[in-house]
Design a protein around this ligand. Sequence first.
Ligand SMILES: Cc1cc2nc3c(=O)[nH]c(=O)nc-3n(C[C@H](O)[C@H](O)[C@H](O)COP(=O)(O)O)c2cc1C
Length: 166
Amino acid sequence: MSKDTFHDAGEARALRDAFGRFATGIAVITARDSEGPMGLTVNSFASVSLAPPLLLFSVARTCRSLDRLAAAASFAVNVLGRDQEAVSSRFSGRGGEKWTADTRILEGSHGAPLIEGALAAFECRPFARHEAGDHVVFIGEVLRFETTGHGDPLLYYRGAYRALAI
Ligand SMILES: Cc1cc2nc3c(=O)[nH]c(=O)nc-3n(C[C@H](O)[C@H](O)[C@H](O)COP(=O)(O)O)c2cc1C
């Protein structure tokens, strides 16, 4: 790190790559409305507060799910396991069908469908929403959660899926 290795914050490609050096897990946000189920893959999930129990994730303004998700009475955060890379890819696909026959779901208690086999699932009601540049930050209040999934997490680092090395 020397003075001339710093980028200007306006260099979007370099900034995106720099953000990508923060390793994350992967979650699928799910909800349901009168049109049916919706879902999208995110790695912007973070825990926020224990009392009250809050979490957050951010959704790009370009996401087709945005308006439906913003209007949903509840949503769920499904934390994916290492064996759910195909689920992550499906729910981040721009074109293809997300809810295929092999998407195994469980009915949550608050309306959002839950992805079977997830390492953890958090059922939430909307707590706050913040406009933030080209994304919208959703803060959810956890109503109910479960952690029955087993195994390692699915990780994401520098634009690629990763697995724990230990
Ligand atoms: C690993 C990974 C992480 C992602 N994280 C986010 C995220 O945090 N926020 C977001 O808006 N999109 C994220 N995306 C992109 C969305 O999943 C993708 O744009 C999706 O197609 C949106 O679906 P929709 O347009 O049907 O709403 C991510 C994609 C991948 C592969």
